[in-house]
Write a protein that binds this ligand. Structure first.
Ligand SMILES: Cc1ncc(COP(=O)(O)O)c(C=O)c1O
Length: 434
């Protein structure tokens, strides 16, 4: 049998390497081992689309003022309550908490989730409509894998959560972006996109949106828009992913019904997480959807039930009432930080800069003055010890060069003020340079 060229060249290369290693008496692989230059050909197209990992570590943030990632507040982590919940979880159900899990998720947590969803989101669901996943990020991957093949079209809000940008890019779908305005997902653009794509014989496979405190813009999709989008999805049979990672963290204004609650067609797939309301280290989230969808997602979850151990602890955390109290405390902390960020922007930003003022969530979207781009300010900011997220990270096909996402979740109020002031100075310096 004739070897494919890549394998032939690799075989030849490895043979030479092995001989050389043996000759030098070493004979083992090391990090300095040179791989053949065409090594990328070994990887799948999908892996090559994803590229290589940027290995991040929150420990390395150190003293930097991190207004970049949407990390939860370190000083609000419920360490002792979680320790107690873990102890209780093991005492009550240790044999199952340390066993392989049921593939829908740990049953006692499913019960607690049903209570939480009804109380906080107005969603009444049965166990058949639920799947516990390793965070909303994993959930999005399962949903996308269940519906999409490479070359399919997906409609997404743009700008949007960078995790979604990476997921959709990685699976090789064509993303049709839809603008987000001050009322949320643009319904006119959405309708026009669906109609045009259908006329080209390309029915969109999914619509991805973040209706509450959208990441990165911060806007909330209005009730009227939510209803119109559901009607559109129903008429054209396009499932909507309602990514609701932040809805418990509202600092002002009235809660709106979830799209899942408003829908009667089965086309809405609700996705959320404990990352922002307990701790991202739990790696625990959930999907609520029609049982037919849930069983398709669960079938793709080859590692089986998501961590029963963590789920047992979180079950106790919910059942004791600690979750409700904790969310109340987080609203105060993040509400204070949101106000501090808006105040700092008002106090320091030069003319020509504008920003969003979200009713909840973690993010403010800052638009730079005409003629100034992200690359003009980030080097100065980096030297000042301040990290922000360039707007470009939130676009599928380019854009966002005149915008920055600021997160107010991780840094405390004093550091937010220092970071925003540094950003204002970096913008002024860029304007002075022309
Ligand atoms: C909109 C949105 N969805 C999902 C996630 C990821 O959630 P998880 O930590 O549960 O994977 C994030 C995290 O930043 C997010 O902003």
């Amino acid at each position: 049998m004739r070897a494919a060229p890549i394998y032939a060249s690799l075989h030849l290369y490895m043979t030479c390497q092995t001989h050389r290693s043996r000759g030098s008496g070493e004979g083992r692989l090391s990090v300095t081992t040179q791989l053949p230059p065409d090594i990328d050909k070994l990887f799948s197209q999908r892996s090559n689309r994803h590229g290589q990992a940027a290995f991040t570590n929150p420990r390395n943030i150190g003293d930097r003022i991190a207004l970049s990632a949407g990390y939860p507040d370190p000083s609000s982590m419920p360490k002792s309550d979680m320790a107690e919940s873990m102890r209780l979880g093991l005492e009550r159900d240790g044999e199952l908490a340390l066993q392989y899990g049921a593939n829908r998720g740990y049953d006692r947590l499913l019960e607690q989730l049903q209570v939480k969803l009804k109380r906080d989101q107005g969603i009444e669901c049965t166990e058949d409509e639920l799947l516990i996943v390793g965070g909303a990020g994993q959930g999005l991957g399962l949903i996308a894998d269940a519906f999409c093949d490479p070359g399919d079209v997906v409609i997404s809000e743009e700008p949007t959560w960078m995790g979604a940008v990476r997921h959709f890019r990685g699976i090789g779908v064509d993303v049709e972006p839809v603008r987000v305005d001050d009322k949320g997902t643009s319904i006119d653009e959405l309708k026009a996109s669906v109609e045009r794509l259908e006329s080209e014989g390309r029915r969109p496979k999914l619509i991805y949106m973040i209706p509450n405190f959208q990441n990165p813009i911060g806007v909330t999709t209005t009730l009227e828009r939510r209803k119109e989008i559901i009607d559109l999805a129903k008429t054209h049979m396009i499932p909507i992913i309602e990514d609701d990672a932040y809805s418990d963290l509202r600092y002002r204004g009235d809660k709106l019904p979830t799209m899942y609650e408003l829908d009667d067609s089965g086309m809405v797939i609700y996705l959320s997480t404990f990352s922002k309301i307990i701790g991202a280290g739990l790696r625990l989230g959930w999907i609520v959807a029609h049982p037919r969808f849930i069983s398709a997602f669960a079938a793709l979850k080859h590692e089986g039930g998501t961590s029963p151990f963590v789920s047992a602890a979180v079950t106790e955390f919910c059942a004791s009432g600690t979750l409700v109290e904790h969310i109340g405390e987080l609203r105060k902390v993040y509400g204070g930080r949101h106000a501090a960020m808006i105040k700092a922007l008002q106090a320091h930003m030069p003319d020509g800069v504008s920003w969003s003022d979200p009713e909840g969530g973690f993010f403010v979207w800052v638009t730079l003055p005409d003629g100034i781009s992200v690359g003009d300010v980030t080097p100065t900011l980096k030297d000042a010890g301040v990290d922000v997220s360039p707007g470009t990270q939130f676009y599928f096909h380019g854009g966002g060069d005149n915008a920055i996402r600021l997160s107010f979740s991780f840094a405390n109020e004093a550091r937010i003020e220092t970071g925003v002031k540094a950003l204002a100075e970096a913008i002024e310096a860029a304007a002075a340079r022309g």
